[in-house]
Ligand binder design. Structure first.
Ligand code: ZN
Length: 204
């Protein structure tokens, strides 16, 4: 199983980090160990002093595919979940300055908390306009709508599968809207799709 993450997929978020709006999807990966085992707490990682949350809609791939045509991409996922792409922003900044890979900043253990539950796309009011949000200690800090993605789900699947064979169970973190920011020990992060709470995480 692999986790493929999309960077800079919302123009407002690209702007807040002073990045250009990309002309093709920015991709990076996290290993399976980035997930948090069921019932396991999340501990503030020791290698950073600037951990940032990035809330993201997550697709789970439902069938094997390679070089998937955009027209058929919708056949490769049936449900959506929500996750956090935790980022050691201080480490990432150093990587960026030196032109180094991002794994130490993005792919460390437990850097990709994920909702247990996934929602069937068919059951949503409008699967092209999925509202989602993140609350920190009870206040909304991020809110997004999948309609604002620079590259929609189908475009992502087509692009990603031209480089990487997608297997059943692979996860795609589809990018974060604006409002990313720091989380510290003791914070509670709650992620919602529409009005349903999907993920509840305390930082220890
Ligand atoms: Zn992200």
């Amino acid at each position: 199983m692999k986790i493929i993450c999309v960077g800079r997929n919302y123009a407002a978020h690209a702007a807040e980090l002073k990045n250009e709006v990309p002309t093709e999807p920015v991709l990076f990966m996290k290993p399976e160990t980035a997930l948090i085992p069921k019932g396991h707490p999340f501990f503030y990682p020791e290698h950073t002093n600037d951990l940032h949350y990035e809330v993201e809609l997550v697709l789970r791939i439902s069938r094997l595919g390679k070089h998937i045509d955009r027209r058929f991409a919708h056949k490769y996922f049936t449900e959506v979940g929500i996750g956090i792409d935790f980022t050691a922003r201080d480490v990432q900044q150093k990587c960026k300055e030196k032109g180094l890979p991002w794994e130490k900043a993005k792919a460390f253990d437990h850097s990709a908390p994920l909702s247990q539950k996934f929602i069937p796309l068919k059951s949503l009011k409008d699967p092209k306009q999925i509202r989602f949000s993140l609350h920190k200690n009870g206040s909304e800090v991020q809110s997004g709508n999948s309609a604002d993605m620079i590259f929609a789900f189908e475009a992502l699947i087509a692009h990603i599968s031209s480089y990487f064979t997608l297997k059943m169970g692979d996860l795609i973190y589809t990018g974060t809207p604006s409002g990313v920011g720091p989380a510290v020990k003791g914070d509670r992060l709650e992620a919602f799709i529409e009005d349903e709470k999907m993920l509840d995480l305390r930082i220890k």
